[in-house]
Design a protein around this ligand. Structure first.
Ligand code: COA
Length: 224
């Protein structure tokens, strides 16, 4: 059984951030975005991608992040500064630290999860991505799960692995540790809450927060 199909609602402006609500935004990175919102460092980072498509996608994703966060904060998108956690998770410094966000991009799709007062993580994956499912599953989910997946036909294995993976990545990104730094906390007894959803054909997403299950709102970003 797949996830319920999710409707991303075109947003008329940016809503208020509310406690216990996570806004999940989907953006098409092939659309126009105002690149002049990027800082000098960000322009330089974008320029380092070798492929034009990666350059465009990364710059667009960052410009949209600035526009979105500035909308919630009712501030100038160019004035936003980001600080990085110990494993590289970007966050807003004071006085905006209460607004929490996380970003994921895959090909020309970006997802943004935005909430207040607690850590959040998001991940998007294309199900046809080439991965060594059994080997990765053994490393991350353990021998039993690797063997279970190994016994399935290729299509079912890929499908089930990618769904477990997107959930895992969202939890890891919520905790901010990165895959390499995860000591089992993302899957353990005190793992953060994770919800899964469809992003588009063959594309799945998951969002994760620390604490009680939130209400989720799904929004489609569009340039204006
Ligand atoms: C960040 C991480 C957790 C996920 O990266 P990813 O899946 O490659 O990429 P995503 O697009 O989902 O996320 C990237 C974004 O997460 C954010 N991010 C970076 N470090 C982060 C961290 N430690 N925690 C949470 N978010 C982080 C950034 O906003 C980044 O966007 P940016 O590059 O535009 O600044 C990465 O540290 C990681 O561990 N990747 C492992 C990937 C892997 O092993 N894949 C195996 C094959 S399936």
């Amino acid at each position: 059984v797949g996830a319920l199909s999710t409707e991303f609602v075109p947003a008329a402006g940016v809503p208020r951030a509310v406690d216990d609500v996570v806004d999940v935004w989907r953006a098409d990175l092939a659309t126009e975005a105002d690149r002049s919102l990027l800082s000098g460092d960000e322009q330089a980072r974008a320029a380092r991608f070798i492929r034009a498509e990666h350059r465009r996608n990364w710059g667009t994703a960052r410009a949209i992040l600035r526009a979105l966060l500035a909308g919630y904060l009712d501030t100038d998108p160019r004035a936003l500064r980001f600080e990085l956690g110990p494993q590289g998770k970007p966050a807003l410094p004071a006085p905006h630290h209460d607004l929490r966000f996380n970003v994921s991009h895959s090909r020309a799709i970006a997802l943004y999860a935005i909430t207040r007062g607690r850590e959040v993580g998001v991940d998007v994956e294309h199900e046809d991505r080439r991965v060594e499912a059994v080997g990765l599953a053994r490393r991350v989910f353990g021998d039993k799960e690797a063997e279970r997946l190994g016994a399935l036909d290729e299509t079912t294995r890929r499908h089930q692995f990618m769904r477990a993976w997107v959930r895992y990545e969202a939890a890891v990104k919520c905790l901010g540790t990165g895959i390499a730094g995860d000591d089992g906390a993302a899957l353990g007894e005190h793992a953060p809450w994770v919800g899964e959803f469809d992003v588009g054909p063959g594309t799945i997403g998951a969002v994760s927060v620390v604490g009680r299950p939130p209400q989720l709102r799904y929004w489609e970003w569009s340039p204006r």
